[in-house]
Design a binder for this molecule. Structure first.
Ligand code: AMP
Length: 304
C-alpha cells in the first residue's frame, strides 16, 4: 500500500538552550516521512527543494526508506526556517521564514503515486494540501492533515475546505483552542469534529495527545518522560508520520478505534526520539529494538 507524504522539506537553523545548529534537515514532510519509514517502507515524499539543499539530507532520507521520486528540484533557494527555543522548550520564537520555493509552488503528484492508499497532508499551505488531495484518486484511502496557526489566520477558508475532506485532523493544543474558539480542549475536539474530519487528534507536546472519534469515542495517550531534551522541532510531524506508518503497516485504510489508539502510541514514542537530538539525528539512529524497548517501558509506566 502506497503512503504519500507531502509538505515542507526545509533547511532549518535552530537554537535551543543546548546548542545552536545551522543547515539542518527540517520540514514537516521530512520528519513525517522518516518517522513513517521506521514502521513501513517505502514512503513516498512529495515536496520541493531549491538549488542550495544539502545532498546529504536527501541521501539520508533515501537510505532510510524514503522514496524521493516525488521531490521537485527548483532553481530558487530552499524554504528555510530559523527559530529559537527558550529555557522552557514548550516556547519558541520564529526568527525568520524564507518561503522561497514554496511561494508559488503548485503541487504535482506523479502519476504512479496518485493511487496512494495513505495520503499525509503535512503542514503546508492549505491550498497546496487541496492541490495534492485533488490528484489522489484511490477510492479507498485514509487522509490525514496537520496545520499551523499561520494558516488558521491567513487561509481560514481553504483550511475549512481541507477539513471537510479528512479522515483525521492532527493539530496542536494552542492551535486547536484558537481554531475552535475555546480554551476547553474537550469542547475544542468536539467542535473540530464538527468541521468535517471523522477523527481529531490534539497534540499536547510533552503531555501526549487526545484522540476524539465518532459517537463520543475518546482516548488519552501520554508521552515518554524525557530527561534529556535537545531540540523539539518536528516532534509533531514525527508523531504524524509514526501514526500513519503504523496504520499503513496494518493495511488499515479504515482503521478501528483500537488501531488508531495503537497508532497514536507509536507516534508519541517516535516523537520522543526526535526531541533527543537536533533535527532528525536521533530519529535516524533509532532502530526497531530501541522502539520496541521504549514501547514496552511506556506500557509499564502507563497502565494500572
Ligand atoms: P513542528 O516543530 O512540528 O512545528 O515543525 C517544525 C518544522 O516545520 C520545521 O522543520 C520547519 O521547517 C517547518 N515549518 C515552519 N514553518 C513552516 C511553514 N510556514 N510551512 C511549512 N513548514 C513549516
Amino acid at each position: 500500500m502506497k503512503v504519500l507524504v507531502g509538505g515542507s522539506v526545509a533547511i532549518d537553523n535552530v537554537k535551543t538552550p543546548v546548542a545552536d545548529e545551522k543547515n539542518l534537515l527540517g520540514g514537516s514532510a521530512s520528519y513525517a516521512a522518516l518517522a513513517a519509514a521506521k514502521l513501513t517502507s517505502p514512503i513516498h515524499l512529495l515536496g520541493v527543494v531549491g538549488h542550495d539543499f544539502p545532498e546529504t539530507h536527501l541521501e539520508m532520507l533515501k537510505a532510510n526508506g524514503v522514496d524521493l521520486s516525488g521531490l521537485e528540484r527548483s532553481e530558487q533557494a530552499s524554504f528555510t526556517w530559523t527559530g529559537e527555543y527558550h529555557e522552557n522548550m514548550n516556547e519558541r520564537t520564529t526568527h525568520d521564514v524564507a518561503i522561497n520555493v514554496l511561494e508559488h509552488w503548485e503541487v504535482k503528484v506523479p502519476a504512479d503515486l496518485a493511487d496512494s492508499s495513505f495520503v499525509v497532508l503535512a503542514n503546508m499551505a492549505p491550498l497546496n494540501q487541496l492541490q495534492m488531495l485533488s490528484q489522489c484518486t484511490a477510492k479507498e484511502k485514509f487522509v490525514v492533515a496537520d496545520t499551523m496557526d499561520l494558516w488558521i489566520t491567513v487561509a481560514n477558508k481553504e483550511l475549512h475546505e481541507v477539513l471537510t475532506k479528512l479522515d483525521l485532523l492532527v493539530i496542536n493544543e494552542s492551535e486547536a483552542r484558537e481554531f475552535a474558539s475555546t480554551n476547553n480542549l474537550v469542547l475544542a475536539g468536539e467542535r473540530l469534529l464538527g468541521k468535517g474530519p471523522r477523527y481529531v487528534v490534539i497534540k499536547l507536546g510533552e503531555f501526549g495527545a487526545l484522540l476524539f472519534g465518532p459517537d463520543g469515542s475518546f482516548f488519552r495517550c501520554g508521552a515518554w518522560p524525557l530527561r534529556d531534551l535537545a531540540d523539539p522541532t518536528g516532534a509533531g510531524d514525527t508523531f504524524l508520520g509514526g501514526l500513519i506508518g503504523y496504520l499503513a503497516s496494518e493495511g488499515a485504510t479504515s482503521p478501528t478505534f483500537d488501531q488508531l489508539k495503537q497508532a497514536i502510541v507509536k507516534g508519541s514514542i517516535l516523537a520522543s526520539f526526535t526531541c533527543e537530538d537536533f533535527s532528525t539525528k536521533a530519529l535516524e539512529k533509532a532502530g526497531s529494538d530501541d522502539l520496541s524497548s521504549r514501547l514496552n517501558d511506556f506500557r509499564d509506566i502507563s497502565h494500572w
